[in-house]
Design a protein around this ligand. Structure first.
Ligand code: FE2
Length: 339
């Protein structure tokens, strides 16, 4: 089934004002182009929402960096960074094809989904938008960009909310895969529900991974720790398609990037690598990027073996002194919560 949702159009992250330029420079070093910069700080009445923003374009998506303005103590953005850590995900804008006979029905269904009452955080996080029609990249520029498109988003959920979250994504046209129980008891055992959109349709496929931790008697799963630290309906990681992993890794290292461990190869030939958390927080509770290179002809990827290995990596990394995603970024302020 083809869905009207055809990908991730924009990811909005919140950073500290003093780090805004630095993050923008990192995304430019990864091949992005700044297409907009704005400061909304002049209206006294809106001081709680005073912000600076930078929008960076990649071949198939955009990143928007927002920063609350220092000195405005009640800035909601400053509060969010204090709560969730530097470079925390604010919202995801999903691309919708607003044409065709089904769109009115889809819009009405989306606005009246009964689950909104029970999932205000998710309602705030997911927005539907059109594709930016101005985004034109020639082949050379696409090749040069390290981040091409968003492959999938991973949401940790409590076990008892797995069904309702799966139903939400199915209502939007996603195809749920068979549920799997993966990992090793107690800390890493979890339920994985993959949901594909437009599987096999070039340029329009992406995925949602729902993961629920199964706690041991004495030890909490990593996913439970993440939920406790970050609250409900937060994205744990965004997976970016990087094209060629060897080329990506070489460049990423050059610009000061730090991976959690060496890239791993999935059974279908896809190669995956995970970055340290953006905020420098403990690897079990921080948000971090995944970098992914598909074998030609394959699509969205979140496989059992990758999740097993990812959790082993996080476990090992959690025992080490946290590193930052970029070694030449300023040191983070102390993490809010440690498990
Ligand atoms: Fe992933």
């Amino acid at each position: 089934m083809q869905s009207l949702l055809t990908g991730v159009e924009r990811i909005v992250y919140i950073v500290k004002e003093e780090n805004l330029r630095l993050w923008a420079a990192k995304y430019c070093a990864l091949g992005g182009r700044i297409i907009g910069q704005r400061a909304d700080i002049d209206t006294p009445a809106s001081v709680t929402r005073a912000l600076r923003r930078v929008i960076i374009e990649f071949p198939e998506f955009e990143i928007e960096l927002q920063a609350g303005v220092n000195g405005t103590q009640d800035s909601s953005l400053v509060a969010e960074v204090q709560k969730f850590g530097e470079h925390c995900l604010s919202r995801v804008m999903l691309r919708v094809e607003w044409a065709g006979e089904h769109i009115q029905k889809f819009r009405a269904m989306y606005d009246t989904l009964s689950m909104w009452e029970h999932a205000p955080a998710l309602h705030d996080k997911i927005k539907l938008v059109s594709r930016n029609p101005q985004r034109l990249w020639n082949e050379d520029a696409q090749q040069a960009a390290s981040l091409k498109r968003v492959d999938h988003l991973t949401f940790p959920v409590p076990v008892d909310q797995m069904d309702s979250r799966r139903a939400f994504w199915e209502a939007l046209g996603g195809e749920a895969q068979e549920v799997k129980t993966v990992g090793t008891y107690p800390a890493d055992k979890m339920i994985l529900q993959g949901i594909f959109f437009n599987k096999g349709v070039p340029g329009k496929e992406f995925g949602i991974a729902l993961v629920a931790g199964i706690d041991g008697k004495e030890e909490l799963s990593q996913l439970t720790k993440f939920l406790r630290a970050n609250g409900p309906d937060q994205v744990q990681h965004v997976a970016y398609d990087v094209g060629d992993m060897a080329v990506f890794c070489s460049h990423f290292t050059t610009i000061g990037g730090n991976l959690l461990a060496e890239p791993i190869v999935a059974p279908d030939g896809a190669v995956q690598a995970f970055g340290w958390p953006y905020s420098g927080r403990n690897a079990a509770v921080g948000q971090y990027p995944e970098f992914l290179a598909h074998k030609i002809g394959k699509g969205v990827n979140f496989q059992q073996v990758s999740l097993d290995e990812l959790h082993a990596m996080v476990k090992n990394a959690s025992k080490r002194k946290p590193r930052q995603l970029f070694s030449n970024c300023p040191p983070p302020s102390r993490a809010r919560t440690q498990p």
